[in-house]
Design a protein around this ligand. Structure first.
Ligand code: SF4
Length: 188
């Protein structure tokens, strides 16, 4: 369907009016919104910024993000996003976004580019070393010795962008590492 200038202004006015009254995007038949995302691949995600964890819809074309907006079916935000979440598009599509690992060695004043494999290996090694150095096998309480298998040298925190399954896996991983200081951003 073509868009006449009159229809376009009518649609825009309706959307702006509804947004002003309800704070949420309009579901009215606005041609411009349909055209903007027509034929694009759609997937859902969670805003990574704060503990509110608003749901988002991401539209992609040829593997590139072309639009991000609030998910009207998400129980937390029901389609709305704050100004920070609304700007997520600019975080994804930004020529200043880092896409490669940057490493600055201890005492160095330079950043070096490293591979993701290198970074994963290094993180795994440092975590293992920290765990081994701080592992407490048993603890005496009231004269009796208990097996505790606790890692006192490490803490973990889950972020708002994690869904239920990711939180479950993170919790499992933390406990396998003996981590007792386990928290989630939404509780803090
Ligand atoms: S859209 Fe705003 S309120 Fe919602 S999670 Fe992101 S930063 Fe928080």
């Amino acid at each position: 369907m073509g868009i006449s200038r009159r229809n376009f202004l009518k649609g825009g006015g309706l959307a702006a009016g509804t947004l002003a009254v309800t704070g949420k995007p309009a579901h009215a038949s606005v041609d411009s919104e349909q055209l903007r995302t027509k034929g694009l691949q759609t997937s859902t995600t969670v805003c990574p910024y704060c503990a509110v964890g608003c749901g988002m819809i991401v539209h992609t074309k040829d593997g590139k993000i072309v639009n991000i907006e609030g998910d009207p079916q998400h129980p937390i935000n029901q389609g709305s996003l704050c100004s920070k979440g609304s700007a997520m598009f600019q975080v994804a599509n930004n020529e200043r976004r880092l896409t490669k690992v940057q490493y600055r060695a201890k005492g160095s004043d330079k950043w070096e580019e490293k591979s993701w494999d290198w970074a994963m290996q290094r993180m795994a090694k440092l975590m293992k070393d920290t765990r081994d150095r701080n592992f407490v096998k048993t603890e005496k309480v009231g004269g009796k010795e208990y097996v505790v298998n606790r890692n006192d040298g490490m803490a973990m925190i889950g972020a708002a962008a994690l869904d239920n399954e990711e939180c479950y896996l993170l919790g499992k991983f933390a406990r396998a590492m003996g981590v007792g200081y386990l928290e989630h951003q939404a509780r803090i």
